[in-house]
Design a protein around this ligand. Sequence first.
Ligand SMILES: [Cu+2]
Length: 490
Amino acid sequence: MANGDRLMTRREFLMALGGVALIGIGGYPFIRNFLPDISAPMAIPEHPTVQWNGSVKTFLFNISRGNVSLSNGSSFDGYLINSQFPGPTIRVREGDKVRITVNNHLGQPTTLHWHGVNVPSPMDGVPGISRDPIQPGGSFIYEFVAGPSGTRWYHSHVFEMDQIPNGLFGALIIDPVNQNESYPVSREATLVFSTWGYQSGIDYGMQSSGGMGQMMTGGRNMTSSSQGLIHIINGDLSTALKPMVIRPGEKVRLRLINASGTESYWFTMGGSFLVTHTDGNPLSSPVPVSDLYIAPAERYDIVVTPPQTGKWYLRSKMGGQEGVVIPFVTDGAVTTLPTSGNSWSYSSTSSGQGKLGKVNQNFALTLSGGMMMGANWTINGQSYPNTAPLRIQRGDRVRIEMRNMSMMEHPMHLHGHSFEITSFNGRVLSRPLVKDVINLRPMERCTIDLLANNPGNWFFHCHNLQHMRDGLATVVEYADYPIPHVDKWM
Ligand SMILES: [Cu+2]
């Protein structure tokens, strides 16, 4: 691995093993080096979405139980949307009003959350924080203006460990308002990765990526995937995928969505490819990479071009993920090889040292738990719902410093906003990435900056569904927002 800042260093590994050494690095010493810049512009727009363009796109979702059959003959009792697993892809244009009528035919409450979309708070689908769930036999109409553009997705936000892996998720693609894609391609495909096997009740978390497997090798080797999970791509095993046929030199966009509740993927394809969007948001210039690590809930748009004549594959190199293989065939002879690239990291777009902008509010969060602390995960020593909410003011620039003091990775997701990753592992990024999930591997740290432009109560949590269930969550709440959140659903 050429890319040092994605993985734990040997020193950090040893410090993590010796509890005493940890005391010496408390208190965020790295942040003292950052003197606020006068007022660097943010990439985050002043308004959470573009204006409504006058058109309304309506969808009807009937949610029910039903059998899901996979191509190898196995099956399970899933959750279906319009009899489909996973749910149908929603594709709209930025500025469209999206109206989704959801009929709950389940024997239990459900809800849908529009991940990465800056919806109004009551449409965000988080029970206890934004509004009550849809009761059995009940209906609800979600309505919001689509935005920002890019690769988004949706999923249930109640009984997540059961409802999401069993089927209540799908892709949500928002095309740019003016149809100007930053990186034009001739074709595109969406690949939604998920895992099945959660409901066994076995806590397999320590085998999960970024967990024990990684720790035992000091983070140098490939991590191993959770045992006993079935890897699913677009609703079936990868062996059911028909190879995509691409001409030499042709550029194809792949929208990669990690919908797994616990697993990260680490993609390679035998040649470099371009990263063009992070969590749906375009980079200022595409980055050629040799491999790409995708944590739960993250999305990356990549542009691939055939690296060789004949058959080739986009695959995960994580141990235990041999089944995560997407086949391609080159229609012709490849004569020019793609340029080389390094491993992707959150610093890939930045050169040199940037400067942190001025903020109105600054929160410091230490993520901890697991291991000897049992099943509980904590933020500043507390598990949700006892974590302290982050109270912010409309219009403020808000910085959240996070440090992962645990031995597992945590893909932290903020609802209702995208944020800038302004520093990562002590380095201020000269070109911050715009994202709504930031994955912190063991002992990693970061700052994220957001603009408080979408009043409401917003869940801020680890998107490893086990960690979220076991307390790694808090709420970002606007001081002037009239509706308090009540945590009766956790
Ligand atoms: Cu986590």
